[in-house]
Design a binder for this molecule. Structure first.
Ligand SMILES: [Zn+2]
Ligand SMILES: [Zn+2]
Length: 344
């Protein structure tokens, strides 16, 4: 059996204790005719891995089993294909979103919302994850990546990019619609750009001046510091911009969600792309609160197309695979401007 290097998690623990260990594990092999084998070129480091590794999400069943190889935004080269594969040939490049597989038979799958499938398999929640050198996937759940796209650029599109794209779509974007984006990190900086593509007027909110500068540079009409004092924040916002037409929340903090709800006009829309306790809201203001989760294979194709055509920017910082603990620690300490990417 061929081996591959992988960063393996055997027990949930604080990232400071370096819980991911570089280990030789069995290399994945093609087991079904519709599978392709990818040699991984890059895998993004997503904030959700930090929660999973540190055990914050054990009560919602993440990770479902140990040991696990984390990592769910992967780009690589096709090095082998199964007998039944028609979409890819050896030498092509492909990427995988967190959705490694779905049943393709249920109502969600038939409606093109396969990311809601009850029997989906999530990349990085078993030994099949991206913090390694090889991975297999069925061709229907892999998306082509153009030859011209750098691996460290393309990898973050497969979770951060698609999450941002779908959240912006969920906010019903229109020309000059005033959309507030709360949280400008790996996902938020992409959302600013997708909203810009739709000609929205984007106002970015963050605690970090660095992130605010990034948002401005990427086309936000304004970028305002998120203030702990909600009243002060809301009155500053109102003074400068009035109320928002819609808000998108990426920052995983209930207080931010509460503030976002209060920033939006009556009848407005709040898109929540994070996990947390949802704050109370006033029915008579007719606001709509909408959840969002990654996106479909079709959405992923759109993300690649838009990023390729419009040259959207993906801010990354690369690390060798064996430095996964370091990359996650930096993410925890807000020392990464947008997206960390591991290069095996
Ligand atoms: Zn992710
Ligand atoms: Zn299904």
């Amino acid at each position: 059996m061929e081996k591959m290097r992988a960063m393996v998690l055997s027990q949930c623990a604080k990232i400071e204790t370096n819980p991911l260990k570089l280990t030789e594990i069995d290399r994945h092999e093609i087991k079904r005719p519709n599978e392709i084998l990818l040699k991984i070129e890059a895998c993004g480091v997503c904030h959700s891995q930090l929660h999973g590794i540190e055990g914050d999400w054990q009560d919602i069943g993440i990770p479902p089993a140990l040991p696990t190889v984390p990592g769910h935004e992967v780009v690589g080269k096709v090095v082998e294909i199964g007998d039944g594969v028609t979409k890819f040939k050896v030498g092509d490049r492909a990427g995988i979103t967190p959705l490694l597989e779905a049943c393709q038979k249920c109502q969600y799958c038939k409606e093109g919302k396969e990311y809601l499938c009850e029997s989906s398999i999530i990349l990085g929640e078993s030994t099949k994850g991206g913090y390694t050198e090889y991975v297999t996937v069925t061709e229907d759940f892999a998306t082509k990546v153009p030859e011209s796209m750098k691996a460290e650029y393309a990898a973050p599109l497969f979770c951060a990019g698609i999450t941002a794209y779908k959240a912006v779509k969920a906010a019903d974007p229109q020309t000059h619609k005033k959309i507030g984006i709360f949280g400008i990190g790996g996902v938020g900086h992409m959302a600013v750009q997708f909203a810009k593509v739709e000609n929205c007027d984007v106002i970015a909110f963050s605690r970090s001046q660095n992130h605010l500068d990034v948002a401005k540079r990427l086309g936000a009409i304004d970028a305002m510091k998120f203030l702990e004092n909600q009243e002060e924040f809301l009155s500053k916002l109102k003074e400068k911009h009035g109320t928002l037409d819609a808000a998108i929340v990426f920052a995983p903090a209930d207080k931010v969600t509460d503030t976002a709800i209060k920033s939006v006009k009556k009848g407005g829309l709040i898109v929540i792309a994070t996990v947390g306790e949802n704050p109370p809201f006033m029915a008579f203001e007719e606001k709509t609160i909408r959840g969002t989760l990654i996106g479909s294979t079709k959405d992923m194709e759109q993300v690649i197309k838009i990023c390729d055509e419009k040259n959207l920017e993906v801010i990354t910082q690369t690390f060798p695979l064996e430095d996964a603990n370091i990359a996650l620690k930096k993410l925890k300490d807000s020392e990464i401007d947008a997206r960390g990417v591991l290069m095996p």
